[in-house]
Design a protein around this ligand. Structure first.
Ligand SMILES: [Zn+2]
Length: 249
């Protein structure tokens, strides 16, 4: 089960959300719904659906070439991912996060990832630890310019590293809050922090070694200081996605 667990985790919310909904709405295939959700998510993250703007179902269904049933299902999924929010009597709007929200997310992330690392030190199998080492090694072998997203935890090797630790915490709540809620919201923000890949690599190695020693205190502290340092760097160069550019036509 171990090798596939974080792979499952990464795809889980898309697949399970789509298939649950399709069970209720047989006319839409999971694939079609999944693609629609993916497309709308990109529109939100790119600012094509402006932060704070209200969704106009009919116009959106026309623009996307879909019926309103599937569109509503997609909207429900994106509400679940906290990218859309429903206000009574006002309909559904795109969230409009602020830099203060970004800071709060990153503070919460420090606590959650610290606990995930502590639990992983107890629960990670040696095979999972080998996988974690391999992930860190792959990151170190890549060119430095690939590392400007280090610490943001959106996609890519750094994200894989952190998601793997969350999965190996074997605490479903922490895994879900991190991998489904928090990382999803973090994608709303952009930070042009200068890459400090060598520092991040050293921090990753400290986390791995603490887990290897089964030292939960050290694993938590190492993870917390990794996240804390990246938070400072990110906040110094942060912008809210979609607010610093013209919406794409
Ligand atoms: Zn990292």
């Amino acid at each position: 089960m171990e090798p596939t667990k974080h792979e499952r985790l990464r795809g889980r919310c898309r697949v399970s959300e789509a298939s649950d909904l399709v069970a209720r709405e047989e006319s839409v295939s999971a694939d079609v719904l999944g693609q629609l959700v993916e497309r709308m998510e990109q529109m939100i993250l790119r600012g094509e659906l402006s932060p704070g703007s209200r969704l106009r179902e009919m116009a959106l269904a026309d623009a996307l070439g879909v019926r309103r049933g599937p569109l509503r299902e997609a909207i429900r999924i994106l509400e679940g991912r906290r990218l859309l929010e429903r206000t009574p009597n006002a309909g559904v709007s795109v969230i409009a996060p602020t830099l203060e929200d970004f800071e709060q997310l990153l503070v919460a992330r420090e606590a959650l990832e610290g606990m995930a690392a502590r639990l992983a030190a107890q629960n990670m199998t040696s095979r999972q630890l080998d996988e974690l080492r391999a992930m860190a090694a792959r990151m170190e072998s890549r060119d430095t310019k690939d590392h400007d997203a280090l610490g943001v935890c959106q996609t890519g090797p750094d994200s894989d590293f952190h998601r793997h630790i969350a999965a190996c915490s074997r605490n479903k709540r922490i895994e879900q809050w991190l991998c489904e809620d928090l990382y999803s919201l973090l994608r709303f923000f952009r930070a042009r922090a200068r890459p400090q890949a060598s520092v991040a690599h050293a921090e990753h190695r400290a986390i791995i070694e603490a887990i290897h020693r089964r030292d939960g205190d050290a694993a938590e502290q190492a993870m917390r200081s990794h996240i804390r340092r990246s938070r400072r760097a990110l906040l110094a160069h942060a912008s809210v996605n979609g607010m610093d550019k013209e919406p794409a036509k």
